[in-house]
Design a protein around this ligand. Structure first.
Ligand code: GTP
Ligand code: ZN
Length: 215
């Protein structure tokens, strides 16, 4: 069993989180996650000690460490790389792949995020890849889609001073596809708009660039 990063338990949450925007403990408690998965296997009537499942609790625990890594990440760190390039016009990165986990069923939802922003008056921009990293910070947590959308938008205003932001996320929720209402292929679209991009004309222009040719 790999417990190399299990020294921080779930009971240690919050103590040294300070004023940053991390919400989780420092790392997943692998031993605890592994024990919980073993219990779940018992609960569904499986035998966690049969050959095919013997390594499964450990694998699931290590997967959880990846899937929930965003709990330990601070959007301020991601957006700390900036350049002053005197650009006060719209910047768009679209079709950013996104995988997240719904906090209701702990099942995946996945799709794409599109982000547009108008930099601060000083023309300060961040690296393009940082927009993808920002999505990861919020997607790699137990989540609801609306909240990722607003968190990404708010982070760009708070940490980059963006004068305008638009975020659109399109995703399919497996809790609606493989169980429950069973509507595979249905897509949920959420948007968040901040600052100058609330102006209807600017917003319409941004939206057409953001979804370019798709609608
Ligand atoms: N608004 C929103 N709802 C979500 C998201 N992910 C999952 N859900 C919904 O959360 C709801 C939870 O509803 P409940 O009635 O408490 O749970 P449930 O009995 O499992 O519901 P069903 O999925 O309808 O079977 C469901 O309607 C899900 O579709 C999300 O990101 N945003
Ligand atoms: Zn769900």
């Amino acid at each position: 069993m790999d417990v190399s990063t299990a020294e921080v338990g779930a009971g240690d949450t919050g103590d040294d989180n300070g004023d940053d925007n991390r919400v989780g403990p420092r790392g997943v408690d692998l031993a605890r996650a592994e024990a919980a998965v073993r219990e779940l296997l018992f609960a569904i009537g499986e035998d966690p000690d049969r050959e095919g499942l013997r390594e499964t609790p450990g694998r699931v625990a290590r997967a959880a460490r990846e899937l929930y890594a965003g709990l330990d990440q601070d959007p301020a760190d991601v957006l700390s790389t900036t350049f002053s390039i005197d650009h006060e016009e719209l910047i768009i990165v679209r079709d950013i792949p996104m995988y997240s986990t719904c906090e209701h069923h702990l099942l995946p939802f996945h799709g794409v995020a599109h982000i547009g922003y108008i930099p601060a008056e000083d023309g300060k921009v961040t690296g393009l890849s940082k927009l993808g990293r920002l999505v990861e910070v919020f997607a790699r947590r137990p989540q609801v889609q609306e909240q990722i959308t607003t968190q990404v938008a708010d982070a760009l205003v708070t940490h980059l001073g963006a004068q305008g932001v638009i975020v659109v996320i399109e995703a399919e929720h497996l809790c609606m596809s493989m169980r429950g209402v069973q509507k595979p292929g249905s897509r949920t679209i959420t948007s968040a708009v901040r600052g100058q991009l609330r102006d209807p004309a600017t917003r319409a222009e941004a939206m057409s660039l953001l979804l370019g040719g798709k609608r």
